[in-house]
Each structure stands twice: as C-alpha cells, then as structure tokens.
Design a protein around this ligand. Structure first.
Ligand code: NI
Length: 207
C-alpha cells in the first residue's frame, strides 16, 4: 500500500477549490462583459446592422452608404404577410406622420424576407399602400439572408402543401431605428402604438 503524506488530500481539496473559485470568477467576469455587449445601447460596437447590398424600389443596387446621413426606421417582412407586416408598416407611417417636419430626418425602410415572390414591382405596389417615402428593399436570397443576419432578423419559409405558391414566411417583427452613421439606436416591438413610437423617435432624434 502506498504511503501518503498526512494532509495531502486536504491540500488537494484546497487546490481544487481555488481552481474552481478562479474559474467561477472568470466565468462571472466574462458573462458580465457579454451581457454588456449584448445590451442594445448607443455606445460600443454595433451588434445590429452593418453593410448590406440590396435592390431598392427603383431597381437600383443600394448599400448602407446610400442611407448615411439620415436615420433609418427598418422593418423586415414580406408583402404576402396577411397581418403583422401591414400593421407594422401602418404604425411606422402613422408615427412618422405625428413627427411632422422631423419625419424628414428618418427614412422608413421595408426589407423583404421573401425575395422569391417580392420582386421590385411587387415591392413597389406594396409600399404604395403606406406612407409616401417608404423605401422597399429586396434582392437575391443571398443578399436578403446577409442583411437579415447583420440585423439579427430571423426568417424561415413555411411551406403550404395544398397551395405551394401561398407559402408563409415566419419572421422577427422588430422595428429598428438606426442612426445617421448606420449604428443601432433603438428597437420597437410590434406592439408599439404610433403615439409611443413617435414620442420615442422624437426623443431619439433630438439627442
Ligand atoms: Ni409579416
């Protein structure tokens, strides 16, 4: 039988405890930084938004640079959406109406997550139902996927077995306000009413 020096198990336990404590501390610190990074705020690295290349309602190729200098109120959806999308675009339009002349500082943007059906002409028809000044973006599936990714927008096609052409698209319904430099300012959930959105926009663009 091997002889162990007295006190060795205790010392080992102590060393393990110290290692665990250090690991816990490191994890705690790391999560603090992660949480701070993931909290949307006007400071720090922009985690929502970024470069994109899309096609606008005039059929022109546009990038984030074409939107620089003005705020951008962005919503991702699809023209075939029965309910949430039209409601959201109406809310965005109504909020901008309430801003009066300040609305000129904000470009409302509809981004299609259904480029298969949302061709430029379909997008043109669709945005004409809403406040004048809406920009409608579509593109190739790759372009749409890339932009959705930078905006942390989820979307997925939901097949329709009886009528394949009438498929739906599940998608995030978040409205983003991006700053004149393209950085994230704030977001609105789809339950925000026009008055609340207008108040919040007024406050954001005053700063
Ligand atoms: Ni929708």
């Amino acid at each position: 039988m091997m002889q162990k020096p007295a006190g060795a198990p205790q010392r080992r336990t102590f060393v393990i405890a110290i290692i665990l404590l250090a690991a816990a501390l490191a994890l705690g610190l790391a999560s603090l930084f992660l949480i701070r990074d993931q909290t949307p705020s006007g400071t720090g690295k922009a985690l929502v938004g970024g470069p994109f290349t899309m096609i606008n309602q005039k059929g022109e190729t546009v990038t984030e640079k074409d939107f620089a200098g003005k705020y951008m109120l962005v919503f991702f959806g699809f023209t075939f959406c029965p309910d949430v999308c039209p409601t959201e675009l109406q809310v965005m339009g109504a909020a901008l109406d309430q801003l009066g002349p300040d609305a000129d500082k904000i470009t409302p943007v509809f981004v299609s997550v259904d480029p298969e059906r949302d061709t430029v002409s379909v997008v043109v028809d669709y945005i004409s139902n809403f406040r004048p000044g809406f920009v409608g973006l579509t593109g190739s599936m790759d372009q749409v996927k890339a932009m959705a990714k930078t905006y942390r927008v989820y979307f997925a096609k939901v097949e329709n077995k009886e009528r394949p052409a009438d498929y739906q698209v599940d998608h995030s319904s978040i409205i983003y306000l991006m700053g004149p430099d393209g950085s994230f300012v704030k977001h609105f959930s789809y339950t925000t009413d026009p008055k609340a959105m207008a108040d919040s926009l007024r406050q954001a663009i005053a700063n």
